[in-house]
Design a protein around this ligand. Sequence first.
Ligand SMILES: Cc1ncc(COP(=O)(O)O)c(C=O)c1O
Length: 375
Amino acid sequence: MNKAEQFIQERLKARADSGSLRKLSKLHLPVDFCSNDYLGFSRSAVLKDRIENILLQIPNLSIGSGGSRLLSGNHVFTEETESLIAGFHQAASGLIFNSGYDANVGLISSLAQRGDTIISDELIHASLIDGARLSHASRYTFKHNDIAALEAKLKLATGNIYVLVESVYSMDGDLAPLTAINACCNRYGANLIVDEAHALGIFGKHGKGRIQELGLEVFARVVTFGKALGCHGAIVLGSPALREYLINFARSFIYTTAAPLHTIVCIHAAYQLLTETDHTPIITERIKQYTLTMELAGITHKSSESSIQTILYNSAAEAKFAAESLQQKGLDVRPILSPTVPKGSERLRICLHTYNTNEEIQILTSQLALLKQHE
Ligand SMILES: Cc1ncc(COP(=O)(O)O)c(C=O)c1O
């Protein structure tokens, strides 16, 4: 075995020994408490019809985009979609990226320069962390959702300052105190960047997100389309100058083939659906129903106001056992293990959807109650 192969085997063995070896799963169970398809858009017949109708109206539709946005991959429909989304979110402009990962990496790595400072909540998503790592700026983290800790780091900052937070945290489902964070950033002239991946479709009227719900103005927002929108891709919302800057400097935008027009049509149609129908009361009702049922069953859990709910365990083995027991009952619940979350805080991540029935929620909570009895 050569040295590289040996290295690979050793790393994999260490993962397997700690019970945290990641595996691709083909599991598809009838009751979905796992996907990020919070509003059921990815399975919506209404949305499918709309997409087909729009596609029929586009002359000479090609399968692939044929190149990057800066070469043959741009299309008038893509720019119209960017304007539609920016309008929906009351932003001056927006630039679509191929994924939320690309958007965060491109935005952060291109903006922050040597001598600048990036300050991020300790629980931000890997894509924001990777963007910060690729920049040459000084980097600090602050204790999760702690304004005093953020302020302490702001006092150390130099150059242009970028503060990175999520409006809804992806692994805990809890909310950032955005109003206080924004005020703190303003006091120090820092630029706030908010990832709204898990807020779109859930918070604010018509699911416009938490920034609009709270009536805030921030330097930039990242909104992803792979969660409540049921599609794929993301947009960075900000000033027209920021859009132009990203077109010129964001490497994950420049050096990649543009998404096919079919994907852009899906995003466009999904935004039309969000505009026409307010799904937030339905998802809010499901979240309330889950919280109430869990409380009635006396199950200790980390309650949240978002679609993401968690039940913490002390080890990967416990979380895996709980998930497998639920899966045997047809409930698609997955464990989230270290290193995605810190060791000792392995968990079940339960996602609630508009299409989860009260009966499904009842079955889930009674199974969880049974598991707790046997702990
Ligand atoms: C908070 C957050 N930001 C960004 C991303 C990345 O988005 P995408 O899946 O579109 O790459 C995710 C998805 O896992 C996320 O949870």
